[in-house]
Design a binder for this molecule. Structure first.
Ligand code: NAD
Ligand code: MG
Length: 383
């Protein structure tokens, strides 16, 4: 049997652990390298089960502990950014799953592509900030970028066998998050524990907060723009509260094609890993004898200004999406630490965007400098 060899950045997180579930269920998939932040217990267990030859851990302190724990095994332990880059470029691996959170994924993703790996992309922050570099690079390196994000996988599935020239617009669906229907005033006092209760999906903390602010949909709009070569004005956000319709595309003749399913990330993960094949996937199925309605709404840009700011950032382009993303990453971390309120998240993003002088076509260095400048600016904005 020909085995498909997989490296995973972010193996201990929500997407990482579900990727390993998919690997466990498919006997022709095998893991050759793993990287994680600091969860040594889980990483140790993953090493013992999946036997990668290389692992990376971000935390230097935890690296010592990990080396001690796995000294009975034949596995190399690498650390920090060097470790992430080593996992991304590991010669054995054919496909790199980017399940790490945040724009820290930029350099490893680029390194993976340059080393000829197909990318199963969950790490949307990389495309949002560096999509103008990543997409042409994929082309010149001859590698594929296979979307893992459920909406983008849906769009990718809808476009199967179609000509992208005939794509008129993307209808990107959103659940609306836990605060759908709330007015801005009602959002002032919400706590991280309220925002972490997503109605349909169980995900990492950062993306769960992003779903509550609708910043996630803003990031996904920019992700879709790069993946499918569609202008932001041709991406419409449609709220579909039950997350049954994962997204839709409209063609030049007006035909709309949608992908539907239960909210289970294993489907888009498996589709990306096995593309273009479909495999059986256990779990709940949609039961159309029980679904009585599928409803659609417009997003509320008043209550959720973070979504409008994403369209502003995309329209200006250049380094502004990096400011949008970096300000959000830092603001979400502060919100989770109870340092700022929920509405301060879009407020800080907007203020950082206003203060920024846009660089057209930024290089990786300029993107990382813009990120650092945004964080420095935010230090002076703290209240
Ligand atoms: P998570 O917080 O659950 O997991 C993040 C993983 O990255 C963990 O393994 C963590 O250890 C690792 N990590 C973080 N910083 C690191 C660092 N500096 N070095 C090495 N490893 C590091 O996040 P998640 O929900 O799995 O999301 C991952 C990415 O996938 C995000 O970009 C998110 O937007 C995207 N995504 C997630 C979902 C979902 O259902 N969870 C859906 C769509 C897209
Ligand atoms: Mg999504």
């Amino acid at each position: 049997m020909k085995m498909k060899k997989i490296a995973i950045l972010g193996s201990t997180g929500s997407i990482g652990t579900q990727t390993l579930e998919v690997v466990r269920a498919n006997e022709d998939l095998t893991v050759t390298a793993l990287a994680a932040g600091s969860n040594v217990e889980l990483l140790d267990a993953q090493i013992r089960e999946f036997r990668p030859s290389l692992v990376a851990i971000w935390s230097e302190e935890k690296a010592k502990e990990l080396k001690e724990r796995v000294k009975d095994l034949d596995v190399e332990v690498a650390v920090g950014m060097e470790g992430l880059l080593a996992v991304a470029q590991q010669p054995e691996a054919e496909i790199l799953v980017t399940a790490i959170v945040g724009m820290i994924g930029i350099r490893p993703t680029i390194a993976g592509m340059k080393a000829g790996k197909d990318i199963a992309l969950a790490n949307k922050e990389t495309l949002v900030t560096a999509g103008h570099l990543i997409m042409p690079l994929a082309e010149s390196c001859g590698v594929r970028i296979l979307p893992v994000d459920s909406e983008h996988s849906a769009i990718f599935q809808c476009l199967n066998g179609e000509s992208s020239k005939e794509l008129h617009k993307i209808l990107l669906t959103a659940s609306g998050g836990p605060f759908r229907g709330k007015k801005k005033e009602e959002l002032r006092g919400v706590q991280p524990s309220d925002a972490l209760k997503h109605p349909n999906w169980s995900m990492g903390k950062k993306i769960t907060i992003d779903s509550a602010t609708l910043v996630n949909k803003g990031l996904e709009m920019m992700e879709a723009r790069w993946l499918f070569g569609v202008e932001p004005e041709n991406i419409q956000i449609v709220v579909q509260p039950k997350s049954i319709v994962h997204s839709m595309v409209e063609f030049t003749d007006g035909a709309v094609i949608a992908q539907l399913g239960t909210p289970d990330m294993k489907l888009p993960i498996q589709y990306a890993l096995c593309y273009p094949k479909r495999r059986p996937l256990p779990g709940e199925r949609l039961d159309f004898s029980r679904i009585t309605e599928i409803t659609f709404e417009r997003p509320d840009l008043e209550s959720f200004p973070g979504l409008q700011l994403a369209f502003d950032a995309a329209a200006a382009g250049g380094s502004l999406p990096t400011v949008y993303n970096a300000a959000n990453e830092r603001a979400v971390a502060w919100f989770l630490d109870h340092k700022i309120g929920f509405l301060d998240i879009p407020d800080l993003i907007g203020r950082c965007m206003e203060a920024h002088k846009v660089i057209a076509n930024p290089s990786v260095e300029e993107i990382l400098e813009t990120e650092a400048e945004t964080y420095a600016l935010m230090e002076n904005m703290r209240f």
